[in-house]
Write a protein that binds this ligand. Structure first.
Ligand SMILES: [Zn+2]
Length: 334
């Protein structure tokens, strides 16, 4: 699988003690290289302000630039719009992250193959006019919107991060649909199943999970059942995966107790969906995941699972807790 990654992604918050730190991508890239999964690598590129403007308001883009530019070397502050720490490099880094998603998308669209944008800062909390939750620009959302605008074809964003992607939910419509599992109650507080709607080109399916955790089997079963049903209904031309691994057992920020072996299964499931509906077009964008060693193993296993194209292991639908089962049934996943 093609991986979009380069050293520019390690500049943001390099001198700041923070969960969202350069090692997140550096350690993953080293693991991929060691396992022979980085042979097909491309540099990211700088997204243009016009491309970022597909999702974000010009006034917010200007604010993000201004608030980074005014910092001296070594200084860091939070964006005034939300809890995203920034330093002098962060605006340019965020443009590279969005551009990483876009250059990966270009490969996906032309070659009809998958790509992984190994980028930071992450994106799924960034709303059109508000950066928050460690995010500045919504990388996955920008790529999804770029594809939908260019082709007029439907896109499905599948988000398995521990947290709800409030920024991605805000983009639902005009060809973009969104399916998410996330802990609840948890940051950012959005993601209720009451918001769900099944509208062609504008579907929203939130499957909140108990913050006390879920079994690995149930997690896999929810994704198999939910994603298969939604994809069958929406028939997306592009699958965008918001690949966040902070739901994995032991993560210092999230942790739903799910074992790391789930990553291979998720990779295989995404392959099945991309091959069945999207003519092989799948774009993975890194979101959360704060234990760097676990993150590295999970990203690698996701890629291996996608590439080996084997069937997802059987997961007993009976393992799905009642609440999530009823959410899935309400969107036609039986
Ligand atoms: Zn997260």
């Amino acid at each position: 699988m093609l991986v979009a990654y380069d050293e520019t992604l390690t500049r943001h918050l390099a001198a700041v003690p923070h969960f969202e730190r350069p090692d997140r991508v550096r350690v993953v890239a080293a693991e991929l290289a060691q396992r022979g999964l980085l042979d097909e690598r491309i540099d990211t590129r700088r997204a243009t302000e016009g491309e970022v403007g597909l999702v974000h308001a010009p006034a917010y883009i200007e604010l993000a630039k201004r608030e980074c530019d005014r910092l001296d070397v070594g200084e860091h502050e939070m964006l005034t719009t939300g809890d995203t720490d920034v330093d002098q490099t962060s605006y340019e880094s965020a443009l590279r992250a969005a551009g990483g998603a876009l250059i990966a998308l270009e490969h996906v669209a032309v070659k009809r193959k998958a790509a992984f944008a190994l980028v930071r800062p992450p994106g799924h909390h960034a709303e059109p006019a508000r950066g928050m939750g460690f995010c500045m620009f919504n990388n996955a959302g920008i790529a999804a919107r770029a594809f939908a605008v260019a082709t007029g074809e439907p896109v499905l964003i599948a988000d398995f991060d521990y947290h709800h992607g409030n920024g991605s939910q805000a983009l639902v419509g005009n060809g973009i649909s969104y399916l998410s599992t996330h802990a609840m109650p948890a940051y950012p507080g959005t993601g209720s199943a009451n918001d769900n709607r099944l509208t062609p080109g504008a579907s929203l399916v939130n499957v909140p999970l108990s913050a006390s955790g879920i079994s690995t089997e149930a997690f896999v079963a929810i994704w198999v059942k939910g994603l298969r049903a939604i994809a069958k209904r929406l028939r997306p031309s592009l699958l965008v995966v918001s690949a966040g691994y902070d739901f994995i057992l032991g993560d210092p920020v999230g942790d739903l107790g799910v074992e790391p072996g789930v990553a291979t299964q998720l990779g295989r499931l995404m392959r099945e969906i991309a091959d069945t509906y999207c003519d092989g077009r799948a774009l993975f964008c890194l979101e959360g995941g704060y234990d760097t060693d676990v993150l590295a193993g999970c990203v690698a296993d996701t890629i291996v699972g996608y590439d080996d194209a084997l069937a997802v292991d059987a997961a007993d639908p009976e393992s799905i807790p009642k609440m999530q089962r009823s959410v899935l049934e309400s969107v036609g996943a039986r």
